[in-house]
Design a protein around this ligand. Structure first.
Ligand code: SF4
Length: 243
């Protein structure tokens, strides 16, 4: 079985617990204006790799991942667009005694194969773009319907969630945004941790290199104080770890 992969990293330390083998799947169905992996969007880009090659590679390095809940993370692009591959991969990863994680936007159809992957996922890293419909559409080019259906399903199966939230001045940093995020965390008891990711423009060069105009050319970067204030409100009002 094959997958289309953008790239992989053998010593990932931010995409789930412990040390991780991180696979960046090619293809995405959102169009985030600030995407720092613009080259993962096309479903026909990247390279084709087979399951045995990837599994063999992970196995040869598995000793590095066996501490502190380390393992394998499927990221992207949108990894759940290639769920059949991930479902098979995660069986092998569990057989090696490692943990599995998926980093997703949640903007996917909840078909049987996606549910199969979620049933084998130890940590779900969920990238929430915005709780405001209009802002969500502006930032990503899509509405929130699939994301909220996905979240409802996560509640049913009680999967551990690490929430990821990109803090963008003028888009996701308002008082209302903070209140909505707090309410969402407190309603979803399976959220264990929240990562507030300050917007940065490191992805700009990729857009330009590919011949595209960078949509966030004039977007200002968040200040340290405003990020810390936002985080402190989350810490005060929720029981989850805030990073
Ligand atoms: S979901 Fe992720 S990979 Fe896809 S466009 Fe948005 S930031 Fe980029």
């Amino acid at each position: 079985m094959n997958a289309r992969i953008h790239s992989w990293e053998t010593m990932g330390s931010v995409d789930g617990p412990g040390m991780r083998y991180v696979l960046f799947f090619q293809g995405c169905n959102m169009k985030c204006q600030y995407c720092h992996n613009r080259d993962t969007w096309s479903p026909s880009g990247g390279r084709i790799v087979d399951l045995d090659t990837i599994t063999g590679d992970i196995e040869s390095l598995s000793g590095f991942y066996k501490h502190e809940d380390g393992g394998v993370t499927a990221s992207g692009g949108e990894p759940l667009l290639q769920s059949e591959f991930i479902s098979n991969l995660f069986d092998s990863v569990h057989n090696m005694g490692l943990t599995t994680a998926v980093d997703t936007s949640g903007h996917v159809q909840l078909n049987d194969m996606v549910k199969s992957v979620l049933g084998k996922t130890d940590y779900l890293l969920l990238d929430i773009k915005s709780f405001n419909e209009e802002v969500h559409r502006k930032l990503t080019g899509v509405d929130q319907k699939l994301v909220f259906e996905f979240i409802d399903y996560l509640k049913q199966i009680k999967i551990n969630i690490w929430l990821r939230y990109v803090f963008i001045p003028g888009y996701t940093d308002s008082n209302d945004d903070c209140r909505n995020l707090i309410e969402f965390i407190n309603l979803n008891k399976n959220i264990k941790r929240v990562d507030i990711l300050p917007y940065h423009h490191f992805g700009r060069e990729k857009w330009l290199k590919m011949g595209y105009k960078y949509p966030f050319e004039n977007q200002r970067l968040p200040q340290h104080d405003e990020i810390e204030f936002f985080k402190s409100r989350l810490k005060e009002s929720t029981g989850v770890i805030v990073k």
